[in-house]
Design a binder for this molecule. Structure first.
Ligand code: PEP
Ligand code: MN
Length: 375
């Protein structure tokens, strides 16, 4: 059971004290408080765990600080979408809104290499009105002798360039909890010229200690990649780990599944799961067509498979696109063969806008049907 308190309930108020006294004394029930800071108000959610089957919803709703109560299932308690649950999805970070209804594009370098390439990338984004990017500083690599990323050494100049070009959010994978502090210290020292979304890679989807560490802080939102060899349910539970520790600003990223059956693509593209994740949870959903498709192969219609996969995800309602670009893919230190080119950026953005608009129109045509079948 979830009890949602009246907005902006003060934790030292009499109503809060009475409510908590009642809830904390329910036999066999433990209480967990979760704070949600929205743009204009603060919401307190109280999760009642344990023996909650016999609880009376009306009685809980009659408590002085409670606005309404919702019966929730065991799965994805915080991030899930439960029956009669009309809580909002998404959050705003560094002035950028993330929700299940809008779309943000994170085009950028798979791995930071030299300042010149970062500069060219960010300039191109600025020229095209984009305010988000991806920049890998800590790279998880299959081969221990491959380039592992520049690590904290590149953070100062990457963040400074981001600030200069008006980039507000950088998706950056971290592979160890100490990286949170490295990023935070650097941003603080520079006066926070940009923001960071902490990315958890597919190899770390079930690294529970890393998830808990990212969940314990609330400064940075998280982008959780689906595990490439586990079920969707297992990956969604991994996302719930972040929320259960206190950070519910989580975006879920589909990036393909590892199976020989996906060939000739690097992974089996799984973007049909976009609506499924949006139905099961309140998380905005991201698609990563680069790591799904993994090449610059082009179909006879003249469109790259990466672009087709992007279109499939966006037309199905994806809320974010994470995609590899590089000014000189032949010089890239990681994943050059799948990178899109600077000259392809404007057309790609136009294609994505077209697909996002089409998704909105698709909703409108089915809305009429939904209304008429409801009668
Ligand atoms: C990446 O986005 O750079 C990456 C390594 O992706 P994944 O974890 O999905 O393989
Ligand atoms: Mn990569």
């Amino acid at each position: 059971m979830l009890a949602i308190l009246h907005p902006n309930t003060e934790l030292d108020s009499e109503a809060y004290r009475q409510t908590m006294h009642y809830l904390e004394n329910l036999p066999g029930v433990s209480v967990r408080v979760h704070e949600v800071q929205g743009a204009s108000q603060r919401l307190t959610e109280i999760y009642l765990l344990g023996d909650t089957k016999t609880l009376n919803k009306e009685e809980i709703e009659a408590l002085p600080a409670v606005e309404r109560a919702i019966r929730i299932s065991d799965d994805y308690r915080i991030l899930g979408r439960h029956k009669d649950d009309h809580r909002q999805s998404g959050f705003t970070y560094n002035g950028v809104e993330f929700s299940q209804n809008n779309l943000n594009i994170f085009a950028g370098l798979c791995a930071v290499d030299v300042p010149e390439h970062v500069e060219q990338m960010m300039q191109a984004l600025e020229d095209n009105g984009e305010v988000c990017t991806r920049m890998g500083a800590y790279k998880p690599r299959t081969n221990p002798y491959s380039f592992q990323g520049h690590g904290k050494g590149c953070l100062p100049w990457v963040f400074e360039k981001a600030g200069k070009h008006g980039i507000k959010v950088i998706a950056m994978e971290i592979t160890h909890e100490s990286h949170i502090e490295e990023i935070d210290n650097c941003l603080e020292k520079l006066g926070r010229p940009t923001g960071v979304m902490l990315q958890i890679g597919t190899r770390n989807t079930q690294n529970f200690e890393l998830l808990k560490a990212i969940g314990r802080q609330k400064t940075y939102p998280a982008l959780l990649k689906r595990g490439f060899g586990i079920t969707l349910n297992e990956s969604l539970n991994a996302a719930e780990y972040l929320a259960s520790e206190g950070n519910a600003n989580v975006i879920f990223c589909l990036r393909g599944m590892k199976t020989e059956a996906g060939q000739p693509h690097r992974n089996m593209v799984d973007f049909a799961h976009v609506p499924a994740v949006k139905r099961l949870t309140r998380m905005p959903v991201c698609v990563d067509p680069s790591h799904s498709v993994g090449s610059r192969d082009r179909s006879p219609d003249g469109i790259l498979d990466v672009m087709h996969a992007t279109a499939q995800g966006v037309i199905a309602g994806a809320n974010m696109v994470l995609v590899d670009f590089h000014p000189k893919p032949e010089k890239a230190l990681v994943d050059g063969p799948q990178a899109l080119l600077m000259k392809e950026l404007p057309a790609y953005l136009e294609d994505i806008r077209l697909c996002h608009d089409t998704w909105k129109k698709r909703q409108a045509i089915y809305q009429t049907l939904k209304d008429s079948t409801a009668e």
